[in-house]
Design a protein around this ligand. Structure first.
Ligand code: COA
Length: 169
């Protein structure tokens, strides 16, 4: 299978924040943002693999900034690295100032999706061929994050997490 560039999976979803999606402080409810990110990540994973994809884990979410009612929210997602059947998707969330149109980063997250067949069994996906410095950085760090996620999920023994050990040794 031929490796793909992260740009081939790039997915941009823009939507408003409506009253039914806010908390008592009139800011976007965290679960709503998680769902929007999950949808964008799933489209990116599907564009990369051209298979059925399922969310395997949410590895990192940082709710750095509140997103007020009425905001225009843009979620950008792209596959940063693909392994055998799993793909890491990095997400950036932006909000847009109503008057100036200037974008500011509100949140970021990292999700893992797995490509599966019709029976739900994992299937192979194409690799990733990063080009830009940012793509290369994200690609390199993805293995460390995968190992951390697997250790936390009890699916990998800490002593087998070579990338994590390298940080502490
Ligand atoms: C995700 C799922 C397909 C993995 O199946 P599995 O039987 O554990 O298969 P494997 O152990 O072979 O893992 C498949 C891949 O997922 C990766 N993976 C599994 N759990 C992971 C985790 N917590 N973090 C990161 N990667 C994970 C494995 O490392 C493997 O990657 P690789 O093939 O690229 O090396 C399976 O657990 C599943 O279907 N879960 C439910 C998914 C779902 O319904 N999501 C929506 C929630 S409502």
């Amino acid at each position: 299978m031929q490796a793909k560039n992260p740009k081939e999976s790039r997915t941009i979803v823009t939507d408003l924040v409506l009253p039914s999606e806010t908390n008592p402080l009139n800011n976007l409810f965290g679960g709503e943002l998680l769902a929007r990110m999950d949808r964008a990540a799933s489209i990116a994973a599907r564009r990369h693999s051209r298979r059925i994809v399922v969310t395997a884990s949410v590895n990192h979410v940082a709710f750095n900034k509140v997103i007020p009612l009425g905001s225009v929210v843009t979620v950008e997602a792209a596959v940063s690295r693909a392994f055998k059947s799993s793909m890491e998707i990095v997400l950036d969330v932006w909000i847009e100032d109503r008057e100036s149109g200037k974008r500011s980063k509100a949140n970021e997250a990292i999700y893992t999706f797995v490509a599966v067949d019709e029976t739900g069994a994992p299937v192979r996906v194409p690799g990733i061929d990063p080009e830009t410095e940012k793509e290369k950085e994200r690609f390199e760090a993805a293995l460390r994050r995968k190992q951390l996620s697997l250790v936390l999920a009890g699916k990998m023994q800490p002593q087998d997490a070579t990338e994590l050990k390298a940080i502490f040794d």
